[in-house]
Design a binder for this molecule. Structure first.
Ligand code: NAD
Ligand code: DAU
Length: 354
């Protein structure tokens, strides 16, 4: 089986569903179920013996040792992390604990297990560390996109904690020989994304007739990739990725935040028009900028395309329309995600109610 961490979160849950839709190899799924973890994301797997869910912390060394010994995984796909930049600015401590200490504990547990495997199984074992393009820092407007050779230059507590976890994963390969692969992906969007992130946040705010708050001038740019394409890339890395290698993953879909929000508004004007006949875009407002806000990310994904034959199937237009439709079609998921904790977050971050 494979051992997935953080498989009740946005990308992890999409990955588990995608994995089991493509093969019958069982998944051990360890997730702490923080505010971002949601078993509803995995409801489709109820009663499916191929999915073993354990609620627990990647910082719990004894639990990790038990899980490796009992389930004997042939690979790890490590998604578990604190993932929201704005939360890392308000409370960096949990990011250091989950992202750095958690990755350290997982690497150590994997190393102890791997060191006792028979030679052929040890050679075939993989530890895939899921990282982000944010570790590379911010690009100037005219600069070429990030590549695997770009230096780490993180600017937020979140990206600094992810950069630190990358360094640990790399070192565990170089020093101990653990067969590690690392991927850096750009901004994901799609079903089950917790509505604190730009795209679902703006869809839900528009549907609730709330303001659509762009940080600063809204001209910051991100590269966007539909989550199904990210999952396919990680599946490919687990099959054909070379130990010790890093792969950058992106959608070649660079957009400013302003463009993304206007695109969402145009889709909603068609799919869920406002009662007063005006455009949702009229609710866009500019608010105080995020401290240390990275101006631009862009990814050159040529290596994974050349070496592993991966490329995205969705365009930004097709993926965004599917995503908007998914949120329109899942009011119950939205209602449950907008729990008391979510309302507290919106009040703290934006000074408004959800
Ligand atoms: P998410 O916040 O939606 O989900 C994270 C999951 O990890 C949650 O289910 C949470 O309960 C779990 N978790 C957190 N701390 C844990 C702990 N200590 N032990 C066990 N489980 C724990 O995040 P996401 O957007 O799905 O991101 C998943 C991974 O992908 C992260 O490592 C993130 O850095 C990376 N990533 C995200 C994006 C993106 O655009 N969202 C892009 C590139 C890389
Ligand atoms: O690049 C990959 C990263 O993408 C992942 O590693 C992170 O886990 C993920 O959260 C994401 O980070 P960002 O900071 O880019 O994502 P976020 O959705 O928080 O914001 C996207 C952009 O939109 C960013 O420039 C900030 C801006 N923004 C965001 C929100 C929530 C706004 O202008 N207004 C908002 O209300």
């Amino acid at each position: 089986m494979i051992f997935v961490t953080g498989g009740a979160g946005f990308i992890g849950a999409n990955f588990v569903l995608d994995w089991l839709a493509h093969c019958d190899e069982p998944v051990l799924n360890l997730d702490l179920l923080t505010y971002a973890g949601n078993l509803e994301n995995l409801a489709r797997l109820a009663g499916d013996a191929r999915h073993v869910f354990v609620q627990g912390d990647i910082c719990d060394a004894a639990l990790l040792a038990r899980l490796f010994a009992r389930h004997q995984p042939r690979a790890v796909a490590h998604f578990a992390a604190e993932s929201h930049v704005d939360r890392s600015i308000l409370g960096p401590g949990e990011f250091v604990r989950a992202n750095i200490e958690g990755t350290f504990c997982l690497l150590e547990a994997a190393r102890a297990y791997w060191a006792r495997l028979p030679a052929a199984e040890a050679r075939a074992f993989r530890f895939h560390h899921v990282s982000t393009d944010e570790v590379y820092g911010s690009l100037r407007p005219e600069a070429p996109p990030f590549t695997e050779q770009s230096p780490h230059a993180p600017n937020s507590p979140y990206s600094a904690s992810k950069a630190a976890s990358d360094h640990l994963a790399r070192a565990w390969h170089r020093t101990y020989g653990l067969p590690v692969t690392i991927s850096h992906c750009s901004n994901n969007y799609g079903p089950f994304q917790f509505p604190e992130k730009l795209i679902p946040f703006m869809i839900l705010a528009a549907l609730a007739d709330r303001p659509l708050p762009l940080y600063g001038d809204g001209a910051q740019a991100r590269d966007w990739l539909h989550v199904s394409d990210h999952c396919a890339a990680i599946r490919r890395i687990l099959v054909a990725g070379q130990a010790g290698e890093t792969y950058d993953i992106g959608g070649a879909s660079e957009r400013t935040n302003q463009e993304v929000v206007r695109h969402i508004c145009a889709l909603l004007d068609r799919l869920r028009p406002r009662a007063d006949g005006r455009s949702h875009a009229e609710r866009i407002v500019h608010v105080t900028d995020r401290p240390g806000h990275d101006r631009r990310y862009a990814i050159e994904a040529g290596k994974i395309t050349r070496e592993l034959g991966w490329q995205p199937a969705e365009t930004f237009a097709s993926g965004l329309e599917k995503t908007v439709r998914w949120y329109l079609d899942h009011p119950e998921w939205i209602a449950n995600a907008q729990s008391g904790a979510y309302r507290e977050w919106i009040a703290r971050q934006y000074g408004t109610t959800a």
